[in-house]
Unconditional design. Structure first.
Length: 368
């Protein structure tokens, strides 16, 4: 069957809905994998790896081939986890009866696009590729004991996230650790050969942003999870506590960034993340109120991902601006231009504010 590059791009950016098996059968292998593993979400893994790679570059440790192999391995490992997640929930009866998971994206098992044995085959192939990438990372670092520990931790989360961790309200914490300090400092460790606590600290803001999506999603499906006996953090703590925990994660992410700039670890280029503040305010405003019984007018297409939709919308901008800030910080340090690094950062921020203001005024005029 022909390769559908357009679907690759679409599936990597948004969750795909598909009802007809005939449409599914026309897709190439990569398109099916991207859709089945919800790659629009697993893209956060690439973001974390980019941040770790940029920080290694800044400190003179970057090597492209090892970074690429590790990044692809981590991305595939995330997809492997999602395949196992769907298989476990399906076989335990959690994903049946139009459960939350089947409402926002393709679920090949529930929709009969493939069988449980086929799901296991896809899981094993994906897992093998991710495992080989991990072996390469171990070999590249001469079997560094810290890398071995991180490898083992990641494998345990991959295998046991869906059950029992998610049932014991530990899934959300593991998401924060994996996609924040562990993955970002882990990529840095593979490239540099050393653990750096400041890099781990620099990973906290993005980890919190990713965790905010996860907690928000579990809050969206709180009632469904409770009925199915899935003890996520929102089920255990209640909707109010879960909503304000998500708000706290978003706010603390910005607080840590401000600290990293104030401490001098990053230049003011990192303050580019403030361009995501508008989306953060949207998410906080929505999270400050109980979940509505149904989709508000104009949001029908996004339902049932209410809290998680806004958290994801914020994360896309936050992650992009975070990476842009780190990249500019690294580039200007490497080039060593005869200008103040912080001074250039303030100039970039001011230009960004000006451009954003002009765009806002133009959009306002169009509305009028």
């Amino acid at each position: 069957m022909p390769v559908n590059f357009g679907m690759w791009r679409k599936a990597a950016w948004e969750l795909i809905k598909m009802e007809d098996k005939r449409d599914w059968d026309t897709l190439d292998v990569v398109s099916k994998w991207l859709i089945a593993t919800r790659s629009a979400v697993t893209a956060v893994t690439v973001y974390s790896s980019i941040i770790g790679g940029l920080l290694a570059w800044r400190d003179g440790y970057f090597s492209f081939l090892p970074w690429l192999i590790v990044t692809l391995g981590l991305f595939i490992a995330h997809g492997t986890n999602n395949l196992l997640n769907d298989y476990t929930d399906y076989t335990r009866g959690v994903d049946k009866d139009n459960y939350f998971r089947t409402q926002y994206g393709v679920h090949p098992l529930v929709q009969g696009f493939w069988t449980t044995s086929q799901q296991i085959q896809w899981f094993l192939v994906s897992g093998l590729i991710a495992f080989l990438s991990g072996l390469y990372a171990l070999w590249y670092t001469a079997f560094n004991p810290v890398v071995i520990g991180l490898f083992a931790f990641g494998a345990l989360v991959l295998l046991f996230y869906t059950w029992p961790m998610k049932y014991w309200a530990l899934g959300e914490l593991s998401i924060f650790l994996i996609w924040g300090p562990v993955m970002i400092a882990g990529v840095y460790l593979v490239l540099s050969g050393q653990w750096n606590w400041m890099v781990a600290l620099a990973g906290i803001p993005f980890g919190l942003s990713v965790a905010s999506i996860n907690v928000a999603k579990h809050t969206d499906k709180l009632e469904d999870d409770k009925a199915k006996g899935v003890g996520t953090f929102p089920v255990r703590a209640g909707q109010t506590a879960a909503r304000y925990t998500t708000i706290a994660a978003i706010v603390i992410a910005y607080a840590v960034i401000i600290y990293l700039v104030a401490s001098g670890y990053f230049s003011t280029f990192l303050l580019l993340v403030l361009f995501a503040a508008r989306r953060a305010f949207y998410a906080i405003a929505v999270l400050s109120k109980p979940r509505p019984a149904g989709p508000p007018a104009g949001f029908e297409a996004f339902w049932p991902t209410w809290f998680s939709g806004f958290a994801f919308y914020h994360n896309r901008m936050f992650g992009g601006m975070f990476i842009s800030g780190v990249l500019l910080d690294v580039v200007f340090r490497q080039v060593a231009l005869p200008f103040s690094l912080n001074g250039m950062g303030w100039v970039a921020l001011a230009l960004g504010v000006l451009i954003a203001g002009l765009r806002f005024m133009r959009e306002k005029q169009k509305v009028q």
